[in-house]
Design a protein around this ligand. Structure first.
Ligand code: NAD
Ligand code: MG
Length: 476
């Protein structure tokens, strides 16, 4: 492999404040009972800023602001007026997308190539898409005049910080709800930048409120009696707790939880494309993807050839500085997540699977894990059953299509799946049998705001995106 000259994106375009307040009722405010904590750059461990872990009184204040805004302003505004605000937010995101991409890569550790080319375009696309629905809700199939739910409490994870914010805010606002959103504790900065964008867009105060903090703040928000709707994306474990805590209340819930997707490669698949799809499926965003293709199911007759080719391809991946435009694999988001990836990988070896890692040098500082492939994996192995949420691929083989289906579905999850084959009929045959919310054919990890996304079984319930995504925010 030849060397590339470094091509770092300049970080001078972002202006990170030393300290941030909470975004409540249109203003940044100091906490009442919250405390401050530091957020770091996972690629360098450098402290980026201090943010607030909001306490119960802070959450209370944000919910009250959202309630007032819902009653006095937002829910009474005609859909076409709400649409104008959403279009404005979308356009400002586009105008500031370079800045937001750099900030996202600094705070999250993901390669700038991804934040710039995937996250940010999709963020803008979601706001544009739902702006289009805001004045057409009567035609969405939920009755002539569907009403909003009220105040939504939304809790999002750290893997796609700004994109998950967009998935949550855009449909909620389009439908006439107001929002209190809590970003993940390790990635609060783009949500706070978005709060500034709300000010820039002259969004009425209280329509969007952003409270930073960790799990405790999230729990306070979800359990707050003043909210009408809970939307959560994160771990299945926390999803279960939330389902329990809202049981017996009138709150509506959508949960988008983990996954353990099968990426199924048949012997007639276009191999070069399949290799790219496998790499994109599990090493995109360091594998911090709920719908990642973390289980490769490959037909036995081509397994050896495919694995040789896959390892050759992985050896060319560039791991390192997330702000370098040549970087393919960035930093692991936190030391906790790195520990979890290490632990599950060690267990993989102890249980008898064979571990191979791409030969790449890991930087001295920051949180890093090399692209890793486990072969000789059986369905009973923990690396085949549990979500690693890191750059770790488990390889299993199959002989017949029926065996592929059985193995693919042998998981408590059901968020996504991939099928690689030349035969259209086989794609349809597989898609009918795979218990997964999304089935990609001859591609992987493709997203579009018009396409609903969500899971079966322990991957959660409810759909985000598309017309289906409106239902979660309407009283239907
Ligand atoms: P997590 O579920 O703990 O965190 C997700 C969000 O929920 C964060 O904003 C967090 O502050 C908040 N939260 C935590 N506890 C809460 C509670 N009791 N009530 C309300 N909100 C709460 O996930 P994690 O600890 O960051 O990651 C652990 C594992 O979860 C990962 O290894 C991965 O397998 C999985 N995960 C999945 C997704 C996904 O997109 N499906 C996202 C993040 C993590
Ligand atoms: Mg947690």
């Amino acid at each position: 492999m030849f060397e590339y000259a470094p091509a770092p994106e300049s970080r001078s375009i972002v202006d990170i404040h030393p300290s941030y307040g909470l975004f409540v009722d249109g203003d940044f405010v100091d906490p009442e009972d919250g405390v401050r904590f530091k957020t770091v750059n996972p690629a360098t461990e450098e402290v980026l800023a201090e943010v607030v872990a909001a306490g119960p009184r802070d959450v209370d204040r944000a919910v009250a602001a959202a309630r007032a805004a819902h009653e006095t302003r937002w829910s009474t505004l005609p859909g076409r007026e709400r649409a104008k605000y959403l279009y404005r937010l979308a356009r400002i995101v586009q105008e500031r997308s370079r800045e937001l991409a750099v900030l996202e890569s600094i705070d999250n550790g993901k390669p700038i190539r991804e934040s710039r080319d995937v996250d940010l375009p999709l963020v803008a696309a979601h706001f544009f898409y739902y702006a289009g629905w805001a004045d057409k809700l009567g035609y969405a199939g939920f009755g002539p005049d569907p009403r909003p739910l009220g105040v939504a409490g939304q809790v999002i994870p750290w893997n796609f910080p700004l994109l998950m914010l967009a998935w949550k805010l855009a449909p909620a606002l389009a439908c006439g709800n107001t929002v209190v959103l809590k970003p993940a504790e390790t990635t609060p900065l783009t949500a706070l930048a978005f709060a500034e964008i709300c000010q820039q867009a002259d969004l009425p105060p209280g329509v969007v409120n952003i409270v930073t903090g960790a799990g405790e703040t999230g729990r306070t928000l979800v359990e707050h009696p003043g909210i009408d709707k809970v939307a959560f994306t994160g771990s299945t474990e926390v999803g279960r707790q939330i389902a329990r805590s809202v049981a017996g209340t009138t709150k509506k819930v959508t949960l988008e939880l983990g996954g353990k997707a099968a990426n199924v490669v048949f012997d007639d698949a276009p191999l070069d494309q399949a290799i790219e799809g496998i790499v994109n499926g599990i090493f995109f965003n360091q594998g911090h993807v709920c719908c990642a293709g973390s289980r490769l199911l490959v037909q036995e007759s081509i397994a050896d050839d495919l694995l040789d080719q896959l390892k050759r391809r992985l050896a060319t991946l560039r791991l390192g500085d997330p702000l370098d435009k040549n970087t393919d694999v960035g930093a692991i988001n936190s030391s906790e997540q790195l520990q979890r990836i290490r632990l599950l990988s060690d267990i993989g070896e102890q249980e008898g699977a064979e571990r191979w890692s791409a030969p790449c040098e890991l930087p001295d500082r920051g949180f890093w894990f090399p692209p890793t492939v486990f072969t000789g994996v059986t369905q009973a192995h923990r690396i085949a059953r549990e979500e690693v949420f890191g750059p770790v691929l488990s390889v299993l083989t199959f002989r017949t299509p029926a065996e592929a289906v059985e193995k693919a579905n042998n998981t408590p999850y059901g968020l996504s799946a991939g099928v690689w084959t030349e035969k259209g009929s086989r794609i349809l045959w597989m898609a009918q049998r795979l218990r997964a919310g999304v089935v990609w054919a001859n591609t992987f990890n493709r997203f579009d705001p018009s396409s609903p996304f969500g899971g079966y079984k322990e991957s959660g319930y409810g759909r985000e995106g598309g017309r289906h995504g409106l239902e979660a925010y309407l009283d239907v």
